[in-house]
Write a protein that binds this ligand. Structure first.
Ligand code: NAD
Length: 356
């Protein structure tokens, strides 16, 4: 599969990952190599990865963090910064992030800030990280329950997507990653949306090409607006309400925590409803979107009390300006519109639509 060139990096696929990574190491001769993993990728991905890594005499140190969104925190960063320091990482050291979006977001942030920045490489192991989180340079951590509130935009040197890592990814995590692929279709390419929603099941053999296509879409958007002044905001479709829902479920002990993609799937249905009120999305297209998403994602109960607290959390969204919540909505499937404003009444109706 062809590599994809981003602003400051190159995304390689499958066997090319190891050829290119090993060449990078030979050419740049890092002083040390650090590999950040979480509990799961330590067990499922690290042995296979190390087997194919050719590091010569360069020392490799493995750093393990606990898995899960609740650990995407500044406290964990502190632990990783301290470990780097303890093992004498210098500016010529390389950090390789081997994991899902939590590891690539947090590891990218640690690398971008340690000694004012050391080189890093993302090797995504979840579907979500392959199609979205590992590409584009957004790094960061959550602040309490507020998603990605602290971070920087700094691209790593390379992204290596080896889709065989998906063999051990649990099915619910596959589904979560699929949400971001659906989003790519909705904001950029109706044909791609149609292909995705007509899949019989999430089969890894079909996914290779689709992952490639998603990375192309994400990269097209990011390279035209690396610092999110305008177009890049379209990647946030479904995320304004989706992040608020994810935060609310994360902090509420009575609720089962939703995976990122599960929350974004709900956010996309709600925001598609808003698009019929604020933009030109037709009711027919809303139905197509609703059905396309619910084909893969189960409905989640969201009560009136939940809704009020979710709406409260919207005030922390990073796209807000002057206290106004800004949504990315759709004029049609494949045609996004940024900086849209909706009333609380319309948001409440969107939840009614989802619930019914
Ligand atoms: P995650 O990193 O928590 O991974 C999901 C789970 O799968 C974890 O338990 C992990 O240990 C496990 N796992 C990963 N790879 C595995 C494998 N090959 N085999 C077995 N288990 C494996 O979550 P995620 O869904 O990958 O990413 C979600 C995060 O990505 C969120 O924090 C979100 O904010 C972030 N994100 C970032 C961007 C960006 O542009 N930076 C974009 C989208 C999402």
């Amino acid at each position: 599969m062809n590599s994809i060139t981003t602003k400051d990096a190159i995304v390689y696929f499958n066997s090319d990952v190891y050829t290119e990574l090993n060449t990078y190491i030979k050419t740049t001769e890092p002083s040390k190599i650090f590999v950040l993993v979480d509990t799961n990728t330590h067990d499922y991905c690290l042995p296979k990865f190390l087997e194919r890594l050719e590091s010569g005499d360069i020392v490799i140190e493995v750093m393990e963090m606990p898995n899960g969104e609740e650990h995407k925190t500044i406290d964990i960063c502190k632990g990783v910064w301290e470990a780097l320091s303890e093992y004498n990482a210098d500016r010529k050291s390389l950090l390789i992030n081997l994991g899902g979006g939590v590891v690539t977001d947090l590891g990218g942030f640690v690398a971008s800030t340690y000694m004012r920045g050391i080189p890093y490489i993302n090797i995504p192991t979840s579907l979500l990280a392959m199609v979205d989180a590992s590409v584009g340079g957004k790094t960061g951590v959550d602040l309490g329950v507020l998603k990605n509130q602290v971070g920087v935009i700094t691209e790593g040197k390379m992204v290596g997507i080896d889709t065989s890592f998906l063999d051990t990814l649990p099915q619910n995590e596959m589904v979560s990653g699929f949400a971001e692929m659906l989003k790519h279709g909705l904001i950029y390419d109706e044909k791609y949306w149609n292909t995705l929603t007509h899949l019989e099941k999430l089969d890894i053999s079909d996914l290779d090409n689709l992952i490639h296509q998603s990375v192309i879409i994400k990269n097209d958007v990011v390279t035209s607006d690396p610092t999110e002044q305008g177009l890049r905001k379209i990647l946030n479709f479904g995320h304004t309400l989706g992040h608020a829902i994810e935060s609310y479920f994360l902090e509420n002990d009575e609720k089962t925590t939703l995976l990122h993609g599960e929350a974004i799937a709900i956010g996309m249905i709600l925001e598609a409803y808003l698009a019929t009120k604020v933009c030109d999305l037709s009711d027919n297209e809303l139905e197509i979107i609703n059905e396309g998403i619910l084909k893969t994602f189960s409905k989640v109960e969201i009560t009136k009390t939940d809704q009020l607290q979710i709406v409260e959390l919207l005030k922390y969204d990073k796209k807000n300006s002057h206290g106004v919540v800004k949504f990315v909505l759709l004029e049609a499937i494949g045609q996004p519109k940024i900086d849209c404003v909706a009333t609380n009444k319309q948001i409440s109706e969107a939840f009614d639509y989802y619930n019914n």
